[in-house]
Write a protein that binds this ligand. Structure first.
Ligand code: ADP
Ligand code: MG
Length: 235
């Protein structure tokens, strides 16, 4: 087993905009997330949590410092190479889910894999596996605007997990879910993590952060604190 991190932020900073309007969203953040590790990111609104996740997944680039995913410094990649690495390695659960309402649950999960060049048959098989894993095999053919909020959330998780991605980034994936549904989401992330993925989870809820191996706290774009929470009992 290798101890190389799946993702490493190396003194990564991100300034949005320039001149007097420049907003330093992230300031010199260093963070490693290893395979099998679930790291929760907490902090007030505007502290840089989403920016950190976007950098970690190559959706946005560092202004200075670097981000290394599976040994590859993202600064060394062209935009096209970056998109390829993202599709191969990164599963992203967006805060507002970004499901396509006119597609079925199955099609929502299959689409990114097909865009990645996976053959329809294989993408479909993979999607059914992961929909089964999240308990949605019965509703695979329903349109995403015909299912409940909790089911939609699980479709978004399934889409991020399809294709055995090693880096899972989840920005408040429990959203406005009730507690049992939120716990199910965390269970799914934890299971994938225990199977070897690295997971970064943004959450406001201590209840969900309790599933993490480590919690980092952000304030004004900096990590102010980090805890290897002895939270086994909370699981
Ligand atoms: P969080 O997710 O913790 O709420 P964000 O990472 O979204 O924080 O934002 C961090 C800071 O960067 C905030 O001050 C926010 O207003 C600013 N910011 C984020 N994205 C942009 C952007 N695209 N353009 C300008 N400022 C931004
Ligand atoms: Mg955010």
């Amino acid at each position: 087993m290798s101890f190389d991190p799946v993702v490493r932020l190396a003194d990564a900073s991100r300034v949005h905009g320039d001149g007097p309007q420049a907003v330093p969203a992230l300031r010199g953040v260093s963070l490693d997330v290893a395979a099998g590790e679930l790291v929760a990111v907490m902090g007030p609104s505007g502290s840089g949590k989403s920016t950190l996740l976007n950098l970690a997944g190559g959706l946005d680039r560092a202004t200075s410092g670097d981000v290394i995913v599976e040994g590859t410094p993202l600064s060394s990649l062209s935009a096209k190479e970056l998109a390829g690495l993202r599709r191969r390695h990164v599963g992203y659960v967006f805060q507002d889910l970004n499901l396509i309402p006119s597609l079925t649950a199955l099609e929502n999960v299959t689409l990114p894999r097909e865009l990645d060049g996976v053959r329809f048959k294989d993408a479909r098989r993979e999607a059914m596996e992961v929909l089964t894993e999240v308990g949605l095999e019965e509703i695979a053919d329903r349109f995403s605007d015909e299912i409940s909020g909790g089911q939609r959330q699980r479709v978004a998780i399934a889409r991020a997990l399809a294709g055995e991605r090693r880096l899972i980034l989840a920005d408040e994936p429990t959203g406005a879910l009730d507690t049992p549904t939120g716990d199910e989401i965390l269970q799914l992330l934890r299971t994938r993590c225990d199977a070897g993925a690295a997971v970064l989870l943004v959450t406001h809820e201590p209840r969900y952060a309790a599933w993490a191996d480590r919690v980092v706290f952000l304030r004004d774009g900096e990590i102010t604190d980090s805890t290897s929470a002895a939270l086994e009992s909370a699981r």
